[in-house]
Design a protein around this ligand. Sequence first.
Ligand code: F3S
Length: 296
Amino acid sequence: MEIIRAKTAGFCFGVDRAVKLTYDLLAQGRKVATLGPLIHNAQVVADLEAKGAVTCPDIDAVPDGYEVIIRSHGVPRSVYDKISTRSLAYHDATCPFVAKIHKIAMEADKNGALLLVAGDADHPEVQGIVGHTSGPVQVFANPEELQKLLPTLLQQESIYVVAQTTFRVESWENCKAFLKKECTKARIFDTICNATWARQQEAEDLSQKCDHMVVIGGHHSSNTQKLLQVAARHTKAINVETADELDPAWLAGAARVGVTAGASTPSSIIEEVLNSMSEEIRDDMSFEEMLKATEA
Ligand code: F3S
């Protein structure tokens, strides 16, 4: 069995930045509180907590004397106001790709435009984006939901359209094509981040060459689940959070397996999954095959 690891697998720029910032502050002996789990990876969050970080559901829960870390997903403007009311020190790890969408939302607000967001309304990134305008907002999750909004859109004077940074690329292209045809007054901003474009494209290519795809990442990680959807279009695909979840029986009979990982998956977990897959291959080999594979 051949294993091909995607070049884009693992931490993206924004997650890497937030994780390094938090570890640096902890190493300096600072007391830090993150608003929600810093990233969608239970192992990294547990390690940060073991080193003293506390995970708080909101600003009210941050203990006095702690410095707040705003995670890469960003937060609504109201959270900055609450931080200021409590005079808390804070570090803003909002990914620059997300911060750019916040600026577009503020611009929509200033111009009295409807903000139309392609994304998951329950996702913290989308809630942060929506929380940067006090004007009208509509969120849609796919082209079908967008089509249903058309009567409302046609009544608007001005519309700004953005996408959650991890939105599925193919779905976004369909939404753009629809808006360009049916609602020409919409100003569309391409806000899917570079890391998402590259990762989904590689998953698309790899899944067409492989019998099976293993997507490593959090079961609740939005970008991991999108990768799984992309891979599953072309081949058998499975999502595992850790090496323990990988059932060797699932890989039986595969000649070529592709491996990719979400933006919150640390390289240590990717290595563990790859190692356990390699062990399975060795267990399946005959003694002659083993000799050949290990020959210098
Ligand atoms: Fe930023 Fe994109 Fe990662 S928005 S946090 S680089 S997935």
